[in-house]
Ligand binder design. Structure first.
Ligand code: PLP
Length: 452
């Protein structure tokens, strides 16, 4: 087995002495050890003791086609041998050109120009920087303000972290930016007593008031995930994105849909913005599922309408200079092409649309268990929000501890759950079968009952 060549003791010692992970309780640096994953197979990861665990969060919402697909390994290997690297600044490679065309074919509207980066943060960062470039070329340097939602997550560069409202990520970092304004997340639980229609009106009014306060000539962009993923699987009221987009159009504000989580099949479509959430954005960002997590890649697709305003005879002598050594990386793009082939060949979008109904029914069957306060689901992303006292929506440390206990029990029973405070998130690899969904929900049920 792949794990056979692996020495768990050495890995543990190396990790404790030398690794700094993206999430560390610094008082315990080098003392504790998180589970060691030896290898992956389909929807499972296998730990150092050979225990098979269902990968409930699909890594970090990214392992769409599952682990161990030879097609991707072969594409990576062939491309690495053929051309392992070329500079995107003054040369072009064929996988990136083909991938740009294939992505343009499945984006909504006229989002036909594609820029590649190294992951989700750099995708969003570059999309925001494109809006700066755009407004500067158009001769309106004051139009730079960005509006985002409080529970949104958009990445870990300085700019994208500043657009991500969860205060937990801000601790001890200098993040706040005067040109970023937060508005409410479309979470109906935060508006007790309002109908969905009333809540939607309230959200749109808040957006309009925020623009008026800043001045519409100063607002460049609205940046939003179709559903707020890391913010706790918050699904907006029906029609939310279309209403917000209409306000953006009125004020010439660029609407950026951050599809780093929702694209490449998570909601049963290549991109979720139009077909699932009813909006054609000006820019869409993507990462994660574009390669099913086999190698890093991200990017954004921008509309021909925006590009036309800053290119050709409208370019006014401007030069677009923004990118990375690894923009359009040939090996990453070859992996993404192979990933798109697998998604097409295996009918994964259709499969997701089919099993998503079963997934939703399974999650909703947990309603009525102790502490279950809310269940939210769209496509193959879902969550169970647990509260010690479900009638009080305020989240306390006790609620977070309860969530932690559920995650631990689930792990012991063979299911990895994304630890997100009091919210148990499941977003499994898209190849999951109905029987495996039943197994996953069954374990979560036991975890919740054990923690109660
Ligand atoms: N945008 C969204 C919606 C995300 O969920 C994430 C990561 O989870 C990012 C951006 C950042 O992506 P990355 O971690 O690949 O930089």
């Amino acid at each position: 087995t792949p794990g056979a060549q692996w020495n768990a003791g050495d890995t543990e010692a190396d990790a404790k002495s030398h690794l700094l992970s993206p999430s560390e309780e610094m008082a315990k640096l080098g003392q504790s050890m998180r589970p060691l994953i030896a290898y992956g197979e389909g929807i499972h990861v296998v730990d150092a003791h050979g225990r098979r665990i269902i990968d409930g969060p699909a890594g970090m919402w990214c392992t769409q086609i599952g682990y161990g697909r030879k097609e991707i390994a072969d594409a990576v290997s062939a491309q690495a041998l053929k051309l392992s690297y070329n500079s995107p600044w003054y040369t072009t490679n064929s996988p990136s050109a083909e991938l740009a065309r294939r992505i343009a074919e499945v984006t909504p509207g006229d989002l036909n120009r594609v820029f590649f980066t190294t992951g989700g943060s750099t995708a969003v960062d570059s999309a925001l920087r494109f809006t700066e470039f755009y407004n500067n070329v158009l001769g309106r340097p004051e139009k730079k303000h960005i509006i985002v939602r409080r529970e949104g997550y958009h990445g870990s560069t300085s700019l994208t972290a500043a657009c991500s409202g969860r205060s937990f990520n801000w601790q001890n970092f200098d993040i706040a930016s005067p040109r970023i304004t937060f508005i409410s997340s479309p979470n109906i639980r935060q508006a007790p007593g309002l109908s969905e229609a009333q809540f939607l009106d309230q959200l749109v009014r808040e957006f309009e008031d925020t623009i008026a306060k800043i001045g519409s000539d100063k607002v460049a962009a609205f940046l939003a995930e179709p559903l707020l993923a890391s913010g706790g699987v918050i699904i907006p009221p029906k029609g939310y994105h279309a209403r917000i987009k209409a306000v953006c159009e009125e004020h010439d504000i660029i609407y950026i849909s951050d599809e780093v989580v929702t694209a490449f099949g998570r909601c049963g479509e290549w991109f979720a913005s139009e077909k699932v959430f009813g909006v054609v954005p000006d820019i869409i960002t993507f990462a994660k599922g574009v390669t099913s997590g086999y190698v890093p890649l991200g990017g954004f697709a921008v509309s021909e309408r925006l590009i036309a305003k800053v290119s050709g005879e409208n370019a006014k002598g401007s030069y677009y200079s923004n990118g990375y050594t690894y923009s359009s990386h040939p090996v990453s793009c070859a992996a993404a092409l192979a990933n798109m082939d697998v998604i097409e060949k295996d009918g994964i979008l259709e499969h997701v649309r089919d099993v998503a109904v079963h997934f939703a029914e399974g999650l909703r069957s947990l309603k009525g268990l102790p502490h279950v306060a809310d269940i939210r689901v769209e496509g193959l992303v879902g969550c169970v929000e647990c509260l010690v006292d479900p009638s009080s929506p305020e989240v306390t440390d006790r609620d977070k501890k309860l969530g932690g206990r559920i995650d631990t029990h689930c792990f012991d029973l063979g299911l990895l759950v994304r630890p997100l405070g009091n919210i148990c998130v499941l977003s499994p690899p898209l190849i999951i079968t109905k029987a495996e969904i039943d197994q996953m929900i069954g374990i979560l049920r036991q975890g919740i009952l054990k923690a109660a």
